[in-house]
Write a protein that binds this ligand. Structure first.
Ligand code: HSE
Length: 425
């Protein structure tokens, strides 16, 4: 049997603990599948005292990650610290030492991928990051390898488990936003700072990675519009339901004549469609390819054990490369040199929209008439008109989003809700 590949884990948080547990429970199967041992040899974390429900006897323990990097016996480093500070140092130093790296760190890859991908190549090693997008679902592998021969036309994903959990609980249990968020934190879905989840930042990090894989685009999270779920009211959820839709936070990108249009926004999807059925902390990705047609992927998008499963699958892939001498067989984003530019301006956003405006008590009829008039003045045709509590809700015929925004520019943003309707999902 070939000699063992040895792994050093940095970061014993929610996912790190899941990785330890997975090695402990499935280690023998993993070795059998690989044909050689994959050994979790060492763990580094500044806190080695807290009780995490896994036995740490048998591992070499360090408080300083540098001890793992300096250990010539460690072949692969798993970075599960998160963030873009120390995590960047860990990844850089591991790659520069010629070690392979596995990470779930979407923020790091979205912000510093341009520096990290070439570093892996220069040092003849690899970085794997399946767990960074959609948790346990192998969507990156699907885009990088399974769909590598196709031209991706569009993708739409529910890529943040926390937001999906909150929206689902608000609709199904009538639970207030704040307590649903608190539970998502207790269940280990949310980021350390949950504003990253609810403001759409985490979804934007993931979309930046998906844009690289699906369209060969280098785009940072600041290059496309990002909106979170904090302004979704129970009245929006109820009104959407009455119109036959459910509200989901979508990370979307579609190829058009002028380039790829990307955004993260809460959208209305048909209640009978595939994405509406994706509840709780589940994630899903729908990909439209020129030849492949539509393929869909769904599963657990967050949480200790599902995410650990994707991390360890990456470790197996990296270990195979080490033993078979095939590092870099497929470039991290599927293509070594990425296309430049290619994102189109947000002003190109176009579709059917749900518009809700606040109306003061007793002024609903006047507010509705004024809204329709203002929209009509900008060439926006109203298809349906309804009430949401005392507020007024309309749906529009296909139109540029900018036309609706212009029609409502005199209103305070807090009193206006504009949500895209995605009928095809
Ligand atoms: N906070 C993230 C989410 C974790 O809720 O999806 C997984 O990336």
């Amino acid at each position: 049997m070939a000699s063992a590949v040895r792994v050093g884990l940095v970061g014993l948080g929610t996912i790190g603990t899941g990785v330890v547990r997975l090695f402990q429970e499935h280690g023998a199967d993993i070795d059998r599948r690989l044909g050689f041992p994959l050994v979790l040899a060492a763990i580094a974390d500044i806190d080695l005292e807290s009780e995490r429900g896994v036995a740490l006897a048998g591992y070499t323990l360090h408080r300083d990650y540098k001890a793992l990097i300096d250990d010539p016996g460690i072949d692969i480093v798993v970075e599960l610290v998160g963030g873009t500070g120390v995590a960047a140092q860990i990844v850089r130093s591991a790659l520069c030492a010629g070690k392979a790296v596995a990470t779930a760190n979407k923020a790091l890859l979205a912000h510093k991928g341009d520096e990290i991908w070439p570093l892996a190549r220069e040092h003849g090693t690899e970085i794997a990051f399946e767990a960074s997008v959609c948790g346990t679902i192998p969507v990156l592998r699907a885009l990088r390898e399974g769909l590598a021969a196709d031209r991706i036309q569009a993708l739409h994903g529910i890529v943040n488990g926390t937001c999906n959990y909150i929206l689902s609980e608000m609709e199904e249990q009538g639970e207030p936003y704040a307590s649903a968020l608190k539970r998502a934190q207790d269940l280990g879905y949310a980021e350390v700072d949950p504003r990253f989840d609810v403001e759409g930042t985490d979804s934007a990090h993931k979309l930046a990675i998906l844009l690289g894989l699906a369209f060969g685009l280098r785009a940072g999270p600041g290059d496309f519009p990002v909106e979170g779920i904090e302004r979704i009211a129970i009245s929006d959820i109820d009104a959407a339901q009455r119109l036959g839709f459910r509200i989901k936070l979508l990370a979307s990108a579609r190829r058009g004549a002028e380039g790829v249009l990307a955004c993260v926004r809460p959208c209305l999807v048909p209640r009978t469609g595939a994405l509406a059925a994706v509840g709780g902390a589940l994630n899903a990705l729908v990909v439209d390819g020129a030849f492949s047609g539509r393929t869909s992927y769904s599963g657990a998008g967050a949480g200790s054990l599902p995410t650990a499963s994707a991390v360890v699958a990456d470790l197996m892939e990296l270990a195979r490369s080490r033993r078979l001498g095939a590092a870099g067989r497929v470039a991290p984003l599927g293509t070594p040199e990425l296309a430049e530019g290619g994102l189109c301006a947000a002003a190109a956003e176009e579709g059917e929209y749900y518009v809700r405006i606040e109306a003061s008590p007793g002024s609903g009829a006047d507010a509705a008439a004024e809204l329709i008039e203002r929209l009509a003045a900008r060439g926006v045709r109203v298809e349906t008109l309804a009430r949401a509590g005392r507020d007024v809700v309309v749906t529009t015929a296909p139109v540029k989003r900018a036309a609706i925004a212009a029609a409502l520019d005199r209103r305070s943003a807090a009193g206006v809700q504009i949500l895209r309707i995605e009928r095809g999902l």
